[in-house]
Every structure is written in structure tokens, then in C-alpha cells.
Design a protein around this ligand. Sequence first.
Ligand code: GDP
Length: 278
Amino acid sequence: MGLFNRLIAKVRGATSASALDWREIEVELLAADLGPALVTELIDSAKKIRGEDPETVIKEILISKLSKKSRTLVDNGKTNAILVVGVNGTGKTTSVAKLAAALKTSGNSVLLGAADTFRAAAVSQLQTWSDRIGIETVSGKESSEPAAVAFDSAKRALDEKIDFLIIDTAGRLHNKNDLMAELGKVKRVVEKVIPITDVLLVIDGTTGQNGLTQARIFSEVVDVTGIIVTKLDGSARGGVAFAIESALNIPIKYIGTGEGQSDFAPFDPESYVAGLLA
Ligand code: GDP
């Protein structure tokens, strides 16, 4: 992605750095969605670098800004429930399928709950995915209550001793109270049956700082334990990943890099940072 190439070049030739050049770099870093606070800190730190390898220093600064929390899913050894939340269009349903496929590949039994009942397309999309992956999806009748579907899926997961139940939720965000009421209800009914071990928030990597706003709202409504950043295959520079982690201390757990089932990987901070600096 080469996000920091110019910054590093600038630091290497520090004697010729003018104020204007720094401003240009600042604009570029802001365009990469790192967010103003982090950009200011990076530039301030970079300006002080003398005699050290700037690339190493910048890499260290970035890594130090990332969350120290675990990036792996909780596995309680019994039936785990994962709620997947996020705004419509971010890639939530696709990510549910990709995560299911990844968990199945590593030897787990997986069940899906299609609780995004407001969009008929979301339910059939999930059904298509689960047929392809070779797992089952619990869905309700059209316009059934999301919480009712979530509850049914939790009961079935428990009865069948499933390792991971993954619940796709509705992503309507007109208002925080609605969202809170709905996700709260889904959470409560599932937890009557099995514990929710992770709440994963899906953020579209191309939405820039808006992703940070979404992350703030969702984390006020539910206890988000991890983030999936999607669409990092395109021209997205994905700097919002840093903005979210450093602002909210929510670890990114997975990244989506395409529309296919295997375009999905655990988030690796070292290689992500190296990729930004490459
Ligand atoms: P939802 O409304 O949040 O459930 O979003 P969907 O899962 O339906 O995805 C919306 C669109 O984004 C679909 O066309 C997906 O194929 C696409 N999509 C999802 N994840 C990725 C990704 O990592 N990369 C790319 N390029 N497209 C993605």
C-alpha cells in the first residue's frame, strides 16, 4: 500500500524537510483514514527521529497504537455463540459465511442463525452460503422476530452440541435506541440458552472515518469484542483499522479481502503494518 513511503523518505532526508512538506504528508496520512489524532502523533514522533531507521521507528509507533487484547475467538469448550453486527452493506452476511467456513475447516461444527429477518435477501444469501459450505442455517418465516430466530438457533445449537453458532443480525441504524432494543433483545434470548462468547462488528474498510463513528455507536450498544474489516482488497488503504483500535481499544480479529469464501484471514498486526510500509 505504500502508505508511509513518503513519510519515511522525508525522515531519511530530514535536513531538507520543510514545513510545507510535512503538511503534504499529513494530508496524505489523513486521506489514508488514520484519523487526525494518530496522524499528529505520528508526524510529531517522525520529526524527532534522528539517526535511527525511520521505518523501524514508525513501525514501532504504529504497533504500539494497536490493541493488546486477544485477537482469537473465545472458545469455552462448549457451544459458543458469536453475534455478528454492523451496518447493512458492510459485508456482514458474507463475513458470517466466511467465518463459518474458516471455523469448519479448522474442525469445528458450525450452525448459522439468520436473524437479519428484515431483508429477505439476507436470509436466502445466508442459505446459499451454508449450502455451499455444507452447514445448516436456522431461519424463521418472512418478517419473523430476529430474537425469535436467534433463540431457535441457540436452542438447536445447544441440542446438537454445536461448537460455534454464528448469528447474522439486522444492520439498520436509523436510531441508537432501536438498535439497542433489538440487539439487546437478541442478546438476552440467546444468553438464556448459551453464552455469547464474541460480538464481532463488521466495518467496511472503504468507508473511512465513518467506520470509526459506526464502531463508536455499536460499542455503546453492545460489548463489541472484535472487529472484522472488509473490502481491503480494493483501493482501500484500511487506515481506519488503526483509528478504531487506537481510539476504542477493540481488536481487529479478521480481515476480508474479496467476495469469495477464502478471501478472509485472521488480522495479523505485524504483517498489516509491514504491508502499510511496503
Ligand atoms: P451486509 O448487508 O452487511 O450483510 O453485506 P453483504 O455481505 O451482503 O455484502 C455486501 C457486498 O459487499 C456484497 O456484494 C459482497 O460480495 C461484498 N463484500 C463483502 N465482503 C467483501 C470483501 O472483503 N471484499 C469485497 N471486494 N467485497 C466484499
